[in-house]
Design a protein around this ligand. Sequence first.
Ligand SMILES: Cc1cc2nc3c(=O)[nH]c(=O)nc-3n(C[C@H](O)[C@H](O)[C@H](O)COP(=O)(O)O)c2cc1C
Length: 387
Amino acid sequence: MLRYLTAGESHGKALVVIVEGLPAGLTVLESDIGVELARRRLGYGRGPRMRFEADEITLVGGIRHGKTLGSPVAIEIANTEWPKWVDEMSPHPGHTEKPLTQPRPGHADLTGMQKYGFVDARDVLERASARETAARVAAGALAKVLLRHSAGCEVLSHVIQMGSARAKAAGPRPEVGDLARVDASEVRCFDGEAEMAMIEEIKAAAKDGDSLGGIVEVLAYGVPVGLGSHVHWDRKIDALLAQALMSIQAVKGVEIGDGFEVAGLRGSAAHDPITWDQGAGEYRRESTLAGGTEGGMTTGELLVARVAMKPLATLNRPSLATVDMVTKEATVSFKERTDVTAVPAMGVVAETMVALVLANEVTRKFGGDSLDELRRNYTAYAASLRA
Ligand SMILES: Cc1cc2nc3c(=O)[nH]c(=O)nc-3n(C[C@H](O)[C@H](O)[C@H](O)COP(=O)(O)O)c2cc1C
């Protein structure tokens, strides 16, 4: 089993993540993590924070001479902006001179203050903030390396909707070799025409001090047959993916395959026909309506999950009505540095969550204390399916 735990506040000294359950002998370079953290900063419409801050990685434990030891891997991501926040975020006794008392609708501020008994919304927003996803992305980088070197599986994503601008429904999907092209797009969109419309839409929202949401599609190529299980509700892979994706800040909908579309079709048109590929010696599904899962298990076909993100709730021109919690007077929510949209970055976080779920299931199914042992188990299983 692969387990991970993140800690740290948005403007704190550092984020940390500990990943337990990786086999020994997996080659992990600091750059594997750095590349993924840099991808999380991508996207037209990001706020100034993405330019100010850098992710400074320290590999604290679990890796020696570029290879995992089988012990927990600990990673620290320092916040280069920390010197500006030392007093405000100090862990030592004291208090803030500037409590935030005008909670933002659409954020954790008000309910978090009520639930935990805080009088300063910063005590909530520092952890609710999506800065925490940097720690997840670092863990996800390890999961991606494990998937690549065990089963040859790769996870990527592309933006298919930004505000009301949509990529063509029948357009080609990016394949593994297309990832650099997707990342080179300012909105991480594979459809050139839609990319232009998306950028225009972001520019218009930015001019109005407003924000945008959208949809990304996550694709996993080379997924082994049979991750997850039909036998119990909390082992079903589609359920595990939905939970992991819904845990991303501002994500409000998840679709596996064409889940919402097939609801309106007849049964005769709503399922992926099974065929036998004589050359490869394996069963195939002719389409991806079910998104590469059946009965709570991966089928070995392309895994497809779509993830819908709401428009961000902090606005550069604050206009959302709220109440000052001290005076109880009506006002508008306070301003905090914000993106116009973070849909392209959310795609990278969504890849992370899918990779972590799949990597966990790979370690559960194929086991092994070393990568060699895990690979032997995987190879024998894959061969048994072709027999
Ligand atoms: C990559 C990423 C970046 C985000 N950036 C912002 C932002 O700049 N401003 C904002 O208001 N919300 C941002 N969010 C969303 C908030 O963190 C989220 O809406 C808030 O924590 C409340 O959680 P909920 O929307 O899941 O209920 C971002 C989310 C992600 C995934």
